[in-house]
Design a protein around this ligand. Sequence first.
Ligand SMILES: N[C@@H](CCC(=O)N[C@@H](CS)C(=O)NCC(=O)O)C(=O)O
Length: 290
Amino acid sequence: MAEAAPVNAELLEWPKKDKRRFLHAVYRVGDLDRTIKFYTECFGMKLLRKRDVPEEKYSNAFLGFGPEESHFVVELTYNYGVTSYDIGTGFGHFAIATEDVYKMVENIRAKGGNITREPGPVKGGSTVIAFVKDPDGYIFELIQRGGTPEPLCQVMLRVGDLERSIKFYEKALGMKVVKMTDKPEYKYTIAMLGYAEEHETTVLELTYNYGVTEYTKGNAYAQVAISTDDVYKSGEVVNVVTQELGGKITRQAGPIPGINTKIVSFLDPDGWKTVLVDNEDFLSELHKQE
Ligand SMILES: N[C@@H](CCC(=O)N[C@@H](CS)C(=O)NCC(=O)O)C(=O)O
């Protein structure tokens, strides 16, 4: 029997050399205008662009704190006629960094928003946080932090095996652990993973609750998109890593029919989806719509 080909060590170095950045989080909402109003008035986000795809019966709206060329943004999806979704137990929150959480909460309350956790120091720590529920039930954590280039600063997902997840995001996606926090008194451990320090850019916050290995995914939150200079090479790496750690490729590397943007998408070992999007195609898609 022929021996299995040795895994190409150089290939596995690729994700660390690649030009990667968090582009957007994709999720479904029941009423685009309602969410746009909430995010612009309560969070101070800007509506960056909208698109309607009637042949596929959906519309998108992109919102964020700065242009998509340089900022992480949210991509809302409205499917014609679908007014509500199940968020599940695995999705945690998106986070917004602000210099004054108390002031932001006051504003959100005045606009009729739902504050689910009043501002104050995080349990077991000193950072001031608050939680707000948006009109579809997605939680936003507000985090008090001095001026930051990227206010939309976290996507928090719960995972069943933190060590396995860390290995996956390091190897398959080239991320680094920028912070680890274990809170035995509250029975959870958190790993912040990303491409730069958490004050500089968006990070993926993976939370492990002691003893909890499974969560429900619902049908509301979809994925994060991350940029790459080469979807094909990136896809090959993901393919190798999924064989070792679990997860699977859900769309092989290549152009999306009709749009031509090259992507590769895959699930991590817990079933959380990531899409890697070609850097140049992403920019030309943005500029096409101007
Ligand atoms: N069991 C929690 C663990 C994570 C957690 O507790 N995170 C902190 C923020 S880093 C929190 O939500 N603290 C609640 C508080 O301070 O009120 C979960 O799954 O959401």
